[in-house]
Design a binder for this molecule. Structure first.
Ligand SMILES: Cc1cc2nc3c(=O)[nH]c(=O)nc-3n(C[C@H](O)[C@H](O)[C@H](O)COP(=O)(O)O)c2cc1C
Length: 179
C-alpha cells in the first residue's frame, strides 16, 4: 500500500503540508505495510499554464512526474490551502498542467481531502470546491475534513492535533480512506 500525501501549497512552512503529513503518518501507523511519500509542490514548479505555452513546451517533465506518482499510489491525501476562497496558484497551475496529460488526474484512486487555515473557516470554501469537482477528475473521495484555527488545534512540536475531537475525526477519515 503506497500513500501519496501533499499540501496544496508551495509555502515552505505550509500548515497544510504538515496536516497532510500527519494524516499520512496515521495511515502508516494503522498498517505496517503502508509506505508514505509526502510531496512538496516546490518540486513541481512550472511556467504558468496557457495553451500557447503548452504548444511551445508540450508536457513538462514535472507534470508527468506528478501524474505518474499519483498513478502509482494506492491512495491520495491532499490538504488544501485557501487563497482568497480558492486554490493556491501553485496547486492550480500544477493541476492544470496535469489535467492536459489526462483529465482523470486522480486516476480512480481513493482520496482523503483535508483543509486547514489559521482562521475559524478552516479553508472550507476550497475544500468544498475540491470535493465537488473530484469526481470529474476521477477522484474517489472517501472522506473529507476541515480543521479550523490550525495554530490552536495542532501541536507543531509533536506534529499532531491536540484537539482530541479533531484527532478522532482525522483517525476515522484515515480509516475510511484505507478501507
Ligand atoms: C493571498 C492569500 C489569500 C488568503 N486567503 C485566505 C482565505 O480565503 N481563507 C482563509 O482561510 N485563509 C486565507 N489566507 C490565509 C491562509 O489560510 C494561510 O496563509 C495558510 O497558512 C495557508 O496555508 P499553507 O500554510 O498551507 O500555505 C490567505 C493567505 C494569502 C497569502
Amino acid at each position: 500500500m503506497k500513500v501519496i500525501a501533499f499540501g496544496a501549497s508551495s509555502s515552505r512552512k505550509s500548515i497544510n503540508k504538515q496536516l497532510a503529513a500527519h494524516a499520512a503518518n496515521l495511515a502508516a501507523q494503522s498498517n505496517e505495510n503502508t509506505d508514505i511519500e509526502v510531496l512538496d509542490l516546490n518540486d513541481f514548479e512550472m511556467p504558468i499554464f496557457s495553451q500557447d505555452r503548452e504548444e511551445e513546451l508540450g508536457q513538462p517533465e514535472a507534470a508527468k512526474t506528478f501524474f505518474k506518482k499519483l498513478g502509482e499510489s494506492d491512495a491520495i491525501i491532499i490538504s488544501f490551502a485557501e487563497h482568497n476562497g480558492s486554490y493556491t496558484a501553485a496547486y492550480k497551475n500544477l493541476f492544470d498542467w496535469a489535467s492536459r496529460i489526462d483529465q482523470k488526474v486522480f486516476q480512480n484512486k481513493p482520496m482523503l481531502l483535508l483543509a486547514t487555515s489559521p482562521g475559524p473557516g478552516g479553508a472550507g470554501s476550497v475544500l468544498a470546491a475540491a470535493k465537488g469537482s473530484a469526481p470529474y477528475f476521477a477522484g474517489e473521495v472517501k472522506a473529507s475534513l476541515s480543521i479550523p484555527s490550525f495554530y490552536d488545534n495542532f501541536d507543531m512540536e509533536n506534529s499532531r492535533l491536540n484537539n482530541e475531537e479533531f484527532q478522532q475525526q482525522l483517525s476515522t477519515a484515515v480509516t475510511d480512506l484505507l478501507k
